[in-house]
Design a protein around this ligand. Structure first.
Ligand code: ATP
Ligand code: MG
Length: 351
């Protein structure tokens, strides 16, 4: 559904509700919140009731370290809501955090992003969670559209703009022209699966059991998708699965690369398929202008070089890959204020 959004947003916020991170943009202020999408909860009573004891960074630090009765929850998995109640609480927490000093914004209007691949039911769940968390109105914006706007692509021109977003739970590619998505594809696999592949590799090669946070650390420190001039190494600590005792092993970047290779190949297939579906006139623009790569996982060593070789087009890295979507939402909120008209696909719901 195409709509002209002029005047729809007055004092509002944009939320990039990601599987790994939640980023909040407050109109007139910019990005005010950037926290992991994690909660820590304590079970209260025998009826399975849960009380939230930490949100965001403090909760992420607890992953894999909680005592009995406390657990950490990641309410969004692969870009969609896995735990509705926890999503609602998290959105409510950060929405009130974003509005602390402005009481007028107690019930803001919210532009919120969902991956292009979600079903209507999944989209509705995001809207319901946002309304349930206290929003007056909720506008769903397609994530690739916000990402493309956020990276500065001229999406309103009659030109093929290709954006690739590799996040925590989803990988997406979209071609946009004249303010709309021409084609989009997505995979429910991304950064989290790189971590899982590293956990599986450590198990298989070293009978070493490691947690999610350690796997992510290995990915940050020595993860790569092309051979490096100087291969990297690091010590990884965990529990030996054979005797149950602590163990330290040295792991190389080549091993990590091999572990994540199957996921990279799937993402590359998705990109090739997207080009196959794109009308030739727009492909011509992509050949000339290249594609823009964004999302937290786009920072994996060598990813832009590799995509450039595979796709045979220039690849430009977004300046702030973790913020592109939130910046794009912000641009939507700010631009409409100036009376400019931007054609975007939105779904609009009110309490
Ligand atoms: N330097 C880095 N190298 C590799 N991966 C990284 C780096 N920095 C962050 N990441 C990964 O990026 C992911 C988070 O990216 P992002 O915030 O874009 O995801 P998200 O928007 O929350 O998820 P999604 O859009 O898939 O629902 C995590 O998996 C994280 O491990
Ligand atoms: Mg994202």
């Amino acid at each position: 559904m195409f709509k002209f959004l002029s005047g729809l947003f007055s004092r509002d916020i944009g939320i990039d509700l990601g599987s790994a991170n939640i980023v909040v943009y407050v109109k007139g202020k910019g990005i005010t919140i950037d926290e992991p999408s994690v909660l820590a909860v304590r079970k209260v009573g025998s009826k399975g009731k849960k009380e939230v004891i930490a949100f965001g960074h403090p909760a992420k630090r607890m992953i894999g370290k909680t005592p009995l009765g406390i657990e950490t929850v990641r309410p969004l998995q692969h870009g969609v809501i896995a735990d509705f109640d926890m999503t609602e609480q998290m959105v409510g927490h950060y929405m009130s955090g974003a509005n602390q000093k402005r009481r007028l914004l107690a019930h803001p209007r919210v532009a919120i992003c969902v991956p292009a691949c979600v079903t209507e039911v999944e989209k509705r769940a995001v809207v319901d969670a946002t309304l349930g968390a206290g929003a007056r109105e909720a506008f769903v914006v397609e994530e690739p559209l916000a990402a493309a706007l956020g990276t500065g692509l001229p999406i309103n021109e009659p030109r093929g703009n290709m954006v690739v977003d590799i996040g925590g739970g989803t990988s997406e590619v979209a071609v946009l022209s004249l303010g709309g998505v021409v084609i989009s594809n997505s995979l429910r696999t991304a950064g989290d699966d790189f971590d899982n592949a590293i956990i599986a590799m450590m198990r298989q090669n070293y009978t070493l059991s490691i947690g999610d946070s350690t796997a992510e650390e290995v990915k940050f420190n020595i993860g790569s998708v092309i051979p490096l001039d100087e291969e990297l190494e690091m010590e990884v600590k965990g529990r030996d699965l054979m005797d149950g005792l602590p163990k330290v092993v040295r792991v190389s970047s080549a091993e990590v690369r091999e572990a994540i290779e199957p996921i990279i190949l799937r993402i590359e297939d998705m990109l090739r398929y997207a080009v196959e579906q794109t009308p030739p006139e727009l492909v011509k623009d992509i050949v000339d202008q290249g594609l823009v790569l964004t999302g937290g996982s786009s920072q994996l060593r060598g990813l832009s070089t590799r995509f450039s070789e595979v796709m045979n087009v220039p690849v430009h890295m977004a300046e702030q890959p973790l913020y592109s979507v939130a910046i794009g939402l912000g641009k939507l909120l700010e631009t409409v204020d100036r009376g400019d008209k931007i054609a975007v696909t939105v779904d609009h719901s009110t309490v």
